[in-house]
Design a binder for this molecule. Structure first.
Ligand code: HEM
Length: 198
């Protein structure tokens, strides 16, 4: 069973995001502060699931071992990301409706496209959809994953210049850029302990 599919990972991701919301709700402070915390912390939780899905294949190619196990669960890591990020979506929708927080139009357009891509990827994550879509499956999933990567990288790199969230901005930007770099074969060959044969 160790190598089997673990769809329950999706429930772990969703439950974690809901627990974060419950924790934020129980925090002292105003409603505005608590809903903002729920929005921010659910995004931080979901980016970890995104990174696991985004970097699973290159990490498997470079190191094998635990990352091979991760690669087998990649679909569920991706769906876990979609579940957690849907809860982030519910949080910011509530935040935007119930508080004075605003977002520029471009966030609605690009962020909305990110959500559309995420849901399109989630509903086409089955073997049957993969077969039915053929080459278009890869087109959709490659474009979608890079669009979501871009939104995360843009959001977190923008925090580097802000004193209160500089450490978070640097950490997440480094992780996202490193994950993007190892998806490139020449970088993998350079870094891989398995040598140039991969
Ligand atoms: C795939 C699309 C999206 C991604 C990947 C994404 C990602 C993020 C990230 C990384 C943060 C910062 C969390 C942190 O501090 O750690 C964030 C916060 C936030 N996002 Fe999104 N987001 C997306 C779409 C949207 C959309 C469409 C909206 C609304 C139009 C939105 C509204 C917000 C708001 C209000 C915050 C809270 C900012 C704050 O209180 O500092 N997001 N999002």
């Amino acid at each position: 069973m160790a190598g089997g599919r673990k769809p329950w990972l999706i429930a772990v991701a969703a439950t974690g995001a809901l627990a974060i919301c419950a924790g934020a709700a129980a925090m002292p402070g105003s409603f505005d502060e608590r809903i903002a915390a729920a929005t921010r912390l659910t995004a931080r939780w979901s980016v970890l699931w995104f990174l696991a899905a985004f970097a699973a294949r290159p990490l498997h190619q470079m190191y094998g071992g635990v990352f091979t196990a991760l690669l087998r669960q990649r679909r569920y890591a991706g769906l876990g990301f979609a579940a957690a990020h849907t809860i982030h979506g519910a949080c910011f929708t509530w935040q935007l409706l119930a508080t004075d927080t605003t977002r520029p139009l471009i966030t609605f357009i690009v962020g909305g496209a990110g959500y559309a891509a995420m849901f399109a990827m989630a509903v086409t994550s089955s073997d049957a959809a993969m077969r039915a879509l053929g080459r278009n499956w890869k087109r959709l999933h490659t474009t979608g994953i890079w669009l979501i990567w871009f939104i995360f990288a843009y959001s977190y790199s923008g925090r580097i210049g802000r004193a209160d969230s500089m450490a978070l901005g640097v950490t997440m930007t480094v992780l996202l850029v490193a994950a993007a770099l190892i998806r490139m074969p020449p970088v993998r060959r350079l870094l891989s302990p398995r040598g140039a044969g991969i």
